[in-house]
Design a protein. Structure first.
Length: 117
């Protein structure tokens, strides 16, 4: 039986190409469009001004299906889940492209969500 390869759009909050430590303080995001396990498009985007629930709603509007982040508040996670977006929290601070590769290979480690709100 053939295993399906990942198709979706992944958002990673970044600072200088690496995972931003806190989701809500991110000034840039990499958006990766993946079809059948193959990167089709990568873009760096600037989010709107941060506020309660703004980033999750904005990323949902961008067609994001999955978010890889370090620390993120429970309320933001809940909004993502309401929108049908999966959240992988507790990712290590590494190059975003390396995190994407680990995620697609099924080997992305979680260090635990390091956000307490």
């Amino acid at each position: 039986m053939k295993k399906e390869r990942y198709t979706g759009k992944i958002a990673i909050p970044v600072e200088n190409g690496k995972l931003s430590v806190h989701f809500g303080q991110s000034h840039n995001f990499f958006l990766y469009e993946i079809r059948e396990g193959v990167l089709k498009k990568k873009e760096e985007v600037v989010p709107p001004e941060h506020g309660p629930e703004v980033y999750p709603r904005w990323l949902a509007g961008q067609g994001v299906t999955d978010v890889i982040t370090g620390g993120i508040g429970r309320k933001a996670i809940d909004v993502f889940l309401e929108k049908g977006i999966n959240v992988f929290d507790g990712a290590p601070v590494k190059e975003a492209d390396d995190l994407l590769a680990a995620f697609l290979a099924g080997h992305l480690e979680s260090l635990g969500n390091y956000c307490d709100h």
